[in-house]
Design a protein around this ligand. Sequence first.
Ligand code: B16
Ligand code: MG
Length: 216
Amino acid sequence: DIRGVIFDLDGVLTDTAEYHYLGWQKLADEEGLPFNREANEELRGVSRRDSLLKIIANRQQYSETQLQEMMERKNRYYVDLIHNMTATDLLPGALALLDELRAAGIKIALGSASKNAQTVIEKLGISDRIDVIADGYSVKQPKPAPDLFLFAARELGLEPQQCVVVEDAAAGIEAALAAGMLAVGLGPTERVGEAHVVLPSLAGVRWLELRDKLSA
Ligand code: B16
Ligand code: MG
């Protein structure tokens, strides 16, 4: 029986990917590192540190202090960019599904790699619709490790098998499956095809239909 749904944030409830991209692009330009939108696709759902390591490729060149400074700098750019986010930045279908789940007595958690997740859900105006927040501060091992989703399930008071994860990133689907949870992948099958159910987005998604697809 499904008792809880764990939502990823970026790419599922809202599209902060563009802001992450702009932040990394600015940093990469300042550092003279090659980077573009295509390279940014590789950073979907990836933690801040692992994103930076992918961008710099040759990490031997940088000290830990320099890595920390670059992560902080990118985050400053990102925080500036999300400053003006509002409820209009919710992706289509997200709010309706959250409300439908609540009405159906299903518990709701956020399972995001982001250390800015709390700020973003406040800006989106959905804090009161989320029972538990698992974010970039909750566990040590980032996705694709199952730790973040297991943390969310534990905080919800549920077993992993009672939880569904909604994710847009390959690393997130991998993490959900490793956690022993059901997975809904949003996006192209090349990216999220390992999920139990693949959908283009949350637009028009009804809980009872999704539940039937998951138990089929
Ligand atoms: P921060 P998600 C992820 O969010 C983003 O997709 C990824 O691009 C970002 O690097 C990561 O959060 C960490 O974010 O720098 O704010 O801690 O998809 O897990 O909600
Ligand atoms: Mg995501």
